[in-house]
Unconditional design. Sequence first.
Length: 116
Amino acid sequence: MSWIEDLVASIDDMDAEKFVSFMTDDAQFRYGSNPPTVGKGAIQDYVGQFFGMFKGIRHELLGSWSQQDAVFVQGEVTYTRHDGSVLTLPFLNCFKMRGEKIHEYLIYIDPTPLSA
């Protein structure tokens, strides 16, 4: 399993601690058009609260490619809400790497349907 699959598995398991283990201590994380969250502790708190909004999360990876120090991943994410309703959204992630760790994690997604 590649590190990308391991990262996605940590999200699908809703394991915020494992999730931030893929990042540098001073990493930046941005979901959609929200402001960036900086630092592993702050990211773990943010992601933990986000995970709490859902009963389940599941990703389907459709492709990935890299260029210099950036890795791009395209896919679909399915959110299961606590009321049992399900919503699938397309996404594109950009990981700017520092060595083997993610320094900047950018999620390009339109989260508007999640609040509908």
